[in-house]
Ligand binder design. Sequence first.
Ligand SMILES: *Cc1c(COP(=O)(O)O)cnc(C)c1O
Length: 334
Amino acid sequence: MSVIDLRSDTVTQPTPAMLDAMTAAATGDDVYGEDPTVNRLETELAKRLGFAAALFVPTGTMSNLLGLMAHCERGDEYIVGQQAHTYKYEGGGAAVLGSIQPQPLEVQADGSLDLDQVAAAIKPDDFHFARTRLLALENTMQGKVLPLEYLARARRFTQDKGLALHLDGARLYNAAVKLGVDAREITQHFDSVSVCLSKGLGAPVGSVLCGSAELIGKARRLRKMVGGGMRQAGLLAAAGLYALDHNVERLADDHANAQFLAEGLREAGFTVEPVQTNMVYVQMGDRAEAIKVFAAERGIKLSAAARLRMVTHMDVNRSQIEQVIATFVEFSRK
Ligand SMILES: *Cc1c(COP(=O)(O)O)cnc(C)c1O
């Protein structure tokens, strides 16, 4: 029985073609700047997203951390969503390692931060306060795509207020594919963008931070400091290049599968939030642990949560989604 894993889109296995690209990669010592494949990935993604420079790092957590630390000094502050990955799911790294104070704000229903609330949270220039330097957004945010019009407003707002604007774009390409736009339509509004290659794009490891040459120069120094300077990393960068060339458009399949899953569960009587990209949220209430165990016995891996998140990806096909729906139907009739 092949396992259907809906816990995250990080669980994908590299395909034979991706593995071929990895074994064929030319490598060198990237700490010396001599890995041609890493250099190609950095140059290529910077170009595609409209930035002067980029930096390959092991994880999205490190990419965001380096972005925050490159923008902010000790005692500076960044404004961020209460539910945002950089605030809630990265071990408090910005505070611990960067001495950067987070100012979290509640995320709006559409995944954005209310700019009036952001304005109210900006600290005056006064030695009592941390210096507010940066606004960090996330797109997609729990599967939701931030409207382009909002991004344009956030850009004007941060320019007016003298703040930098960072995007945790772990799933940037899900947002771009959903909107049917070039990813640059999104990234043009930001000073820095972090992109995960190891989520829906299907690479085994890796994220890329994009920004100005100066910002990426700082981030490169910080990457060494936090232990992220890798050597013959071209093996991994090759998987990233392969993913960018082959796995972007296919994200639409994951989105269609998520819609299909949501509709099937709704028909079975479950309460399912509207789906935009590859995430399906179902209200399981106090049945969270029970469905997890029930599904596991049938070869389906789920998280256990009252608000259960299921994520579609390249290693789950339509007929497997049908199996998942059938399992929920069986569970609901128990
Ligand atoms: C996965 C993810 C990251 C980075 O996670 P890593 O596991 O460190 O690669 C950052 N932001 C968001 C929104 C994510 O989903």
